[in-house]
Design a protein around this ligand. Structure first.
Ligand code: PEP
Ligand code: MG
Length: 759
């Protein structure tokens, strides 16, 4: 059986339809409202792999792979996915899929019906082995060509790096894990979420419901902290309603594509589910549990007041959490943060704040992992932790599911644990009540010492963003640990220098792909460290004298004054092949999900250059402003004077490169020690150009930052805040001071304004 409607499947069909497909079949047969659909079975996938003749090729790549080498893992994953995407689906299978899709279109009365395409791995959703977040889902697919295309994408997603890693870790044989694909009429939910038919932490007979606005993606992915409701199943009495601040939602744009948008202000703190809807859901939960004969974890949606279930699976983790050790509470300190109890039990240990994936090796056995939200790549480190605390998410987010599965106490949705809790201090976590206490509970854990005397000031919040300059990927982790709001300047030169090869040589040797990978791999380290905060990648600003020592650098021209010579965007426009490789590298990273990276061009002297650079970016299929934020450095007086003309050409942001702006305004070579005493950013002419640029940008609504050294000098920063700069990017070691200065400057502005009003 290659394709089957939900009506023809039941829960025993996991081997054919995967966990998701089999359960949708079971629900349909039980008369529970489920959007209609069909399943392209695991046997279709097998047939495709065999008839395309790619099985052996794929397995041999996996055999040679060391999954702990993450760069090799990602390369193998990319290679396998490409093999799958590039292979044709057998003709007879294509015809069958088309027939089922057309039949679905007729059933729902739509040409080219809008469907969701979901992977349903045959080892997924099985008790003890929830593969949360492992395979892909594509929403709003329509037309048979696209349906077929995304089915193939789902097949390929079986070989995402993290899925390969997970199978190895759990000893699933790659060749035995097959994948089915669910094709289901899209539910355009007004509100959606999840429901556990018992409390998943305690097994108590209540319906635990989480809901948020729009499609259910926001709840499942942990992008929002949803409303949380508890309903007593005996009498449908609502026993708890916790309304959260729901900041984002997924909705459809005009083309029917689902997009993440801000929740309208008046709905953010509005309750999502009415009493009647809660009762309707609870009744549905009872039916589902009665039908399956066990507690269930479900996904639901309301569309135009109609309730649907989109998913049901047994709760995988009941009863295997650590003890609910309430008597440990007797010696607990103050509550430091509160959230939702996502995985029961008490845990003690030292806080390790994980703001990016590269910091994971900070986690030693017994530590408390504190992070914004966990991702599948964090699983190996989560296993070492004794407890997990997250800023975001609800009881069904990735952190919750995995920590329950691992039996690790977990508190999610605290809002601010990563900023409130202090690195290396001892805490005790109650994963049932959702509380984190100060200190190590002595009754719980005697061996770990409480870190004494750790009274730190409250975190400083500034409206003006304080970012970091990063030049070497190795420094990214340290820079991110300062809590910087992103990277305001990622210098490319050092990335190139570490390769030891002149970029021009890569091009001359026809090794463009290697150049792209070198850039992408290095930038990825920085983008990871700061994800999802913005990282501005500056295209190559290569003075000839600095690149001369590289392999292939012998052809660099000998210039009288390289600072005034062939560097920055003027050089790149003469060597467009290098620039194009840079754009391709950033494009590649965006495609891998690092959409936090923006591009900026250095050392521009005329708007014409900006136009040309943007055209080259478009030429590689990466549309400035649409696909990627595109900005520029203001480093030459000409650019500061002509900033309006640049704004007309179109820029998303500007960054003041005061190192160069100073040398070009004052005719003082920044590299020349003989004139060093004449070099000062505070020269009135330089400050005038800075002020002008900031104000013109503010008028035009263009973000304006600084990344020259002046941005690391507190008393200059104070002035820039007064001019209205939107962000300041400093050296990592200056961030703490700059942040304090910015905060003080902002408060002064508020105070001055208030005083003026009183006068
Ligand atoms: C600047 O010129 O201020 C700047 C940040 O760029 P670089 O120091 O790399 O020239
Ligand atoms: Mg510069």
């Amino acid at each position: 059986m290659y394709v089957e409607k939900f009506e023809g499947l039941n829960k025993s069909d996991i081997g054919i339809a995967g966990g998701k497909g089999a359960n949708l079949g079971e629900l349909t047969q039980a008369g529970i409202p489920v959007p209609p659909g069909f399943v392209v079975t695991a046997q279709s996938y097998e047939k495709f792999m065999n008839e395309a003749g790619i099985n052996d090729k794929v397995m041999s790549i996996l055999e040679e792979l060391d999954v702990n080498d993450s760069s090799a893992l990602n390369k193998a994953a990319d290679k396998i996915k490409k093999i799958i995407i590039d292979s044709p689906i057998p003709e007879d299978l294509t015809i069958t899929i088309r027939e089922f899709y057309n039949e679905l279109c007729q059933r729902v009365g739509e040409d080219d019906a809008d469907v969701a395409i979901r992977s349903s791995a045959t080892a997924e959703d099985l008790p003890e082995a929830s593969f949360a977040g492992q395979q892909d889902t594509f929403l709003h697919v329509s037309g048979d060509e696209d349906v077929i295309r995304y089915i193939k994408e789902c097949w390929a997603s079986l070989f995402e790096g993290r899925a390969i890693f997970y199978r190895e870790e759990n000893n699933f044989e790659h060749s035995k894990v097959l994948i089915a694909v669910v094709v289901q009429k899209m539910a355009n939910a007004d509100k959606a979420g999840v429901m556990f038919t018992v409390n998943p932490s305690t097994g108590e007979e209540i319906a635990l419901i989480e809901g948020s606005w729009g499609l259910g993606e926001s709840v499942v992915s942990g992008d929002v902290t949803p409303d949380n409701y508890q309903v007593d199943k005996k009498d449908n009495k609502i026993i708890n309603v916790t309304i959260s601040d729901k900041k984002v939602m997924y909705t459809n744009d005009e083309k029917g594509t689902s997009i993440k948008v801000d929740v309208p202000e008046d709905m953010r703190n509005q309750r999502v589910l009415s009493d009647e809807e809660l009762v309707e859901l609870t009744e549905m939960g009872k039916r589902v549990q009665a039908h399956y004969g066990e507690p269930m974890d479900t996904e639901w949606a309301f569309e135009n007041n109609h309730l649907f279930l989109l998913q049901a699976r047994p709760i995988t983790t009941l009863g295997d959490g650590p003890n609910n050790d309430d008597d440990a509470a007797s010696d607990l300190g103050d509550v430091l943060v509160r959230g939702l109890g996502a995985s029961p039990g008490m845990a003690t240990g030292n806080v390790k704040i994980i703001l990016d994936i590269d910091e994971l090796n900070k986690i030693q056995d017994g530590d408390i992992m504190v992070t914004t939200m966990t991702t599948p790549d964090m699983v190996p480190a989560m296993k070492r932790a004794s407890g997990i605390v997250t800023d975001e998410g609800g009881v069904t987010c990735h952190a919750s599911i995995i920590s329950r599965e691992l039996g690790i106490p977990c508190v999610v949705g605290t809002g601010d644990a990563t900023t409130t809790l202090k690195e290396n201090t001892g805490v005790t976590l109650d994963g049932k009540k959702g509380l984190v206490f100060e200190g190590i509970s002595q009754t719980k854990e005697e061996a770990v010492n409480v870190v004494a005397g750790n009274v730190e000031a409250a975190p400083i919040i500034t409206v003006t963003e304080v970012k970091a300059n990063v030049s070497m990927p190795e420094a990214a982790e340290k820079a991110a640990a300062t809590g910087a709001d992103g990277v305001g300047l990622l210098r490319t030169e050092h990335l190139m220098l570490t390769s030891g090869i002149h970029p021009g040589k890569f091009i001359a040797d026809g090794r463009e792909d290697e150049l792209i990978d070198t850039i992408a791999d290095n930038v990825q380290i920085v983008a990871d460290a700061f994800y999802p905060k913005p990282v501005w990648y500056r295209t190559l600003d290569a003075p000839t004298d600095e690149f001369i020592t590289l392999e292939g650098g012998e052809n660099e021209p000998r210039e009288h004054n390289p600072m005034l010579g062939w560097r920055g965007i003027r050089r790149e426009l003469d060597q467009p092949e290098i620039l194009k490789c840079e754009f391709k590298a950033i494009k590649k990273l965006h495609e891998k999900g690092y959409t936090n990276i923006g591009i900026m061009i250095p050392l521009s002297q005329s708007p014409e250059e900006l136009k040309k650079a943007k055209a080259l970016c478009s030429e590689v299929g990466f549309e400035p402003h649409k696909d990627v934020d595109f900005g520029m450095m203001v480093e030459i007086p000409a650019a500061a004077i002509m900033i309006d003309e640049y704004i007309k050409v179109g820029i998303d942001f500007v960054s003041l490169g005061t190192n160069d702006l100073t040398q070009y305004t004052l005719a003082v070579d920044r590299n020349n020690e003989f004139v060093a005493k004449h070099y000062t950013e505070e020269h009135p002419a330089v400050m005038k150009l800075i002020e002008r640029t900031i104000k013109k940008c503010a008028e035009a609504g263009v973000t304006c930052s600084i990344c020259g050294q002046a941005g690391s000098v507190p008393h200059i920063v104070e002035k820039l805040v007064g001019y209205g700069i939107t962000s300041v990017s400093s050296n990592a070691d200056a961030i703490a001071d700059v942040r304090k200065t910015v905060a003080r400057a902002e408060q002064k502005i508020i105070l001055d304004a208030a005083r003026k009003r009183l006068e």
